[in-house]
Ligand binder design. Structure first.
Ligand code: FDA
Length: 542
């Protein structure tokens, strides 16, 4: 122990620092014990005849720890030196490793974060404020497509690109209605909904899940039958992270024609883009469900020297051939002046490559590449639109782009209607169905690494969000859980969560389904083991 002679003046500050260092060493010792105990527990639970767990464990001392944690396409906002790191990463190669990690984390009071594709917008799958363990499912990603029954079993660590690739290996007329970016993981994506270019025809990914394997809070492996319909309902859109660890999904595939047609038409403001966008709000959500016509907005250089303008890119997928599409567009949206030279016919998997903006000279294998896109810092938000936005408001929206650096803002308008109008709001926890014209996705990217940059861009995004308030859904202002946004509110640090507090974002993501999610949570995880900043809280007396 330290032996120091102290003057009276020195005493108060020394006593404070001594106290802090004693507390810190106590904390480290406890943490060390927890940590050691946790590792011992894992080894004890390992069945070496089936699959030894030792190769799946990465502690901070392991030389591969940083590279395993630094997952491709995480948001760089959550990969800084000061971002809290997990005590241990477990990369299961067998479901028993997930069971062991859940059991041992519970026993040793560690939080668990589950990562499949690592695309969480707020980094919740690999960052936590309390001592935590990451279960990284990247090595559990086998996919079994059965053309006969038009179904597939997909392990949670697979990406949607891998799923599309495996379907295309076996059929050119089977498909799956999930997202556009191939690097997104099915674990998070399906459990939060998952939409893409087939949404108006078939609904979203969660609508097509017919079974699942899940490790629950007691470390049991459940399937649809043994978990019961309430829990099975909750994990199809309510976010898996609140309820357990999804190991695999069984989905029904959908049939698409052998030839589909795609086009992209770019219009800048000088070409009447605002009027076209305004008109699109009436046409796109009402068009036949075989057509999905969305708009991407970016700012580009204007033809006028030194000026910027807004470019609206009308990007479309049609489940049919060019002639039909041109006719349909002439009837529904003649102002866009689509001609057959704008159209490209291809099969469904080629359309996946087209929309993912992978050069079509690339081999199909690009769909398997988790490093497909460069990593950036970004912040995103979402909105739902129920009434057409007036032209003047759209013009105000364009002005916001010019407050940010050129080329760093992207907005996407995705039309609803079609099948989305037919599925009842309570069918799955994903409630955004009839009554929506379209969804807005807002994103700002940046590359600056200085400490001030995040705040500057977050402030800009928040101002944009306030600007849009009068034109989007209200009471609640709805949001898409897969575009997770911690600005909407967070649970407290630690284990205490409040129903009232969680309602703030819960009803925006899930509307009235939030209450059922809370009931399911209370039933299956009453002590709130599976938790994060926006997890569903169990009911406790407040
Ligand atoms: P990640 O592994 O980070 O998980 C996300 C959340 O789910 C975390 O809370 C995590 O703990 C939990 N989770 C993950 N695996 C789990 C499991 N096996 N069991 C239980 N919980 C689990 N969305 C969309 O609908 N359509 C689109 O086209 C796109 N496109 C897109 C492009 C890009 C570049 C990004 C970054 C994101 C999208 N998204 C999207 C949003 C995407 O659907 C969303 O971020 C998903 O939650 C990502 O799932 P991952 O498994 O990749 O993320």
């Amino acid at each position: 122990m330290l032996q120091v002679q102290l003057t009276k003046m020195e005493w108060p500050s020394f006593s404070m620092s001594l106290l802090v260092s004693v507390l810190l060493s106590f904390w480290w010792a406890t943490l060390g014990q927890t940590h050691e105990g946790f590792l011992r527990c894992l080894l004890l639970h390992s069945d070496d005849n089936v699959a030894p767990i030792s190769n799946a464990i990465y502690t901070q001392n392991n030389s591969s720890f940083a590279s395993v944690l630094d997952f491709p396409y995480g948001n760089l906002r959550f990969s800084t030196p000061t971002t809290p790191k997990p005590l241990v990463i477990v990369k299961p190669t067998h479901v028993s490793h997930i069971q062991a990690t859940v059991n041992c984390s519970r026993k040793h009071g560690l939080q668990v974060r589950v990562r499949s594709g690592g695309h969480d917008y707020e980094g919740l799958s690999y960052v936590a404020q309390d001592s935590f363990v990451v279960i990284d499912l990247i090595d559990l990603r086998s996919i079994n497509v059965d053309v006969g029954s038009k179904t597939a079993w997909i392990q949670a660590g697979a990406t949607i690109g891998e799923l599309y690739y495996r379907i295309a290996e076996k059929s050119t007329t089977l498909a799956f209605p999930a997202g556009v970016c191939p690097t997104v993981g099915v674990g998070g994506h399906f459990s939060g909904g998952g939409y893409g270019m087939l949404m108006r025809k078939f609904g979203i990914a969660a609508d097509h899940i017919i079974d699942a394997h899940l490790v629950d809070v007691d470390g049991r492996i459940l399937d649809r039958k043994s978990m019961g319909e309430d829990l099975f309902w909750a994990i199809r859109g309510g976010g898996g992270a609140s309820f357990g660890v999804v190991v695999a999904w069984k989905v029904e595939l959908v049939s698409v024609p052998p030839v589909v047609t795609v086009f992209t038409i770019n219009k800048v403001l000088e070409e009447n883009a605002t009027k076209l966008v305004h008109r699109w709000q009436y046409a796109a959500p009402k068009s036949p469900e075989d057509l999905f016509l969305r708009i991407f907005f970016t700012d580009v250089n204007s033809t006028q020297e030194g000026k910027r303008t807004i470019q609206a890119s009308f990007v479309s997928m049609f489940l049919g051939r060019t002639d039909q599409l041109v006719k349909l567009m002439q009837e529904n949206f003649p102002e866009l002046r689509l001609v057959k030279e704008d159209c490209h016919e291809m099969n469904w998997i080629e359309s996946i490559i087209y929309f993912a903006e992978i050069p079509n000279s690339s081999p199909l294998d690009a769909l398997l590449d988790r490093n497909l896109y460069p990593e950036t810092f970004f912040k995103a938000k979402s909105d739902y639109v129920k009434e057409p936005i007036p032209e003047t408001a759209l013009e105000g929206l364009w002005q916001r782009f010019y407050e940010e650096k050129p080329g760093t803002v992207e907005l996407i308008f995705s039309p609803y209607g079609g099948k989305m109008d037919e599925i009842p709001e309570s069918e799955t926890p994903f409630p955004h169905r009839a009554g929506n014209l379209y969804k807005i996705y807002y994103e700002v990217l940046w590359e600056e690494e200085d400490n001030l940059a995040p705040q500057k861009h977050l402030d800009w995004m928040r101002r944009l969000y306030s600007y849009m308030a009068p034109y989007v859904s209200k009471s609640p202002r709805e949001a898409y859980v897969n575009y997770r946004d911690l600005d909407l509110g967070t649970n407290n640090k630690g284990n205490y969560t409040s129903y009232r507090q969680a309602s703030k974002w819960g009803v925006r993501y899930f509307k009235h389904n939030f209450n059922r999610l809370v009931r399911v949570k209370t039933m299956v995880d009453p002590h709130n083991f599976f938790r994060n900043e926006q997890s569903i809280p169990p009911l406790v007396r407040e």
